[in-house]
Design a protein around this ligand. Structure first.
Ligand SMILES: [Zn+2]
Length: 320
């Protein structure tokens, strides 16, 4: 009872702080870090992004170079927002696939590979949805907003179309942050226009690049959770999880990753659906739901492991 009154008071306080921030546009990092810092379970009121440099119990040390979240898009690449919720140590790196123009310069298909592939291909185009790179970016920005609202830290590979960043370089950004999940957003295109639905793609267990192969279990689980949740919220037909070992942006990744093919731009009904604002919002919500589900499973695995370790220690201590 006492706790809930305290929570109400806090909520009133933070509402006041949010209003002040919106109207003043001032940086109020020092005092928000004292007053606005959310409780462990309080992840629903995180409209502000503050540098994680709070009191002594604040152990999370964020990367440098974070920008404040204002809901606007930034120019350039590698844009980092520090989350404020219980999930803030989980940095989600989001890649809106492609860019305004492809780049045919070549780069290795994976670490140490002699096979060379184009740095970034041109995206596809839908009669209703338009350019794939723009569609991917719209959904990516909505996913960013959704994840920040849920308390995650987010890194955007790009927030504008006019960049030139290769698939390898994109994966290297995800590696730099040791991303808890690296989500690549795309839309499909195929000559058979009856082909429709969403799929997710990860690498196989036998991926030839050891750092990438090591994340197979997590990447597969992430792909499953995101595909399922995405199809549930968007109504997109659920296809399979495909395992591919020739995607440069996946092969260079050392962190759990999935590539979401949201639907077929070559299929009229998928294309018309993807063109709607409703779809884009539901797509972002679905991917965020999938990430929540993934981390819930990962948390329970960690918990089970530490319980097992504690039980082992106890058993050893009892032995003479
Ligand atoms: Zn694509």
């Amino acid at each position: 009872m006492k706790l809930s009154i305290l929570r109400q008071l806090r909520r009133l306080l933070s509402l006041g702080l949010i209003t002040v921030t919106i109207f003043s546009f001032a940086s109020c990092a020092t005092w928000t870090s004292i007053w606005e810092r959310p409780m462990e379970t309080d992840i629903d009121s995180n409209l502000l992004v503050i540098p994680g440099s709070g009191g002594p119990e604040d152990t999370y040390v964020p990367f440098e170079g974070a920008v404040d979240y204002t809901g606007e898009a930034h120019e350039g690449t590698d844009i980092y927002y520090v989350g404020t919720g219980a999930r803030r140590e989980q940095i989600i790196v989001i890649d809106a696939g492609h860019q305004a123009e492809g780049s045919s310069a070549k780069e290795p298909n994976g670490p140490g590979s002699e096979e060379m592939k184009a740095e970034v291909s041109w995206g596809a185009e839908g009669a209703y949805s338009g350019d794939e790179h723009a569609l991917n970016l719209e959904v990516a920005l909505l996913l960013r907003d959704e994840l920040i609202a849920r308390g995650y830290s987010v890194v955007m590979i790009r927030e504008t179309a006019n960049v030139n960043i290769s698939n390898m370089a994109r994966a290297e950004i995800a590696n730099k942050y040791n991303a808890a999940a690296y989500v690549r957003i795309h839309a499909n295109f195929y000559e058979d226009t009856t082909m429709q639905g969403a799929m997710t793609i990860c690498h196989s267990e036998n991926n030839p690049y050891p750092d990438c192969a090591a994340t197979y279990d997590e990447s597969r689980l992430l792909s499953e959770r995101i595909l399922q949740a995405f199809c549930k919220t968007t109504g997109m037909q659920q296809m399979e999880i495909r395992e591919m070992d020739d995607l440069t942006g996946t092969n260079w990744s050392k962190v759990p990753t999935t590539l979401v093919e949201m639907g077929f731009l070559s299929n009229k009904s998928d294309d018309m659906l993807m063109a709607t604002k409703y779809f884009k919002e539901q797509a972002a919500k679905g991917m965020a739901d999938g990430l929540d589900a993934y981390f819930t499973i990962m948390d329970s695995r960690v918990e089970a492991q530490s319980e097992q370790a504690a039980a082992r220690e106890e058993a050893e201590a009892v032995e003479p």
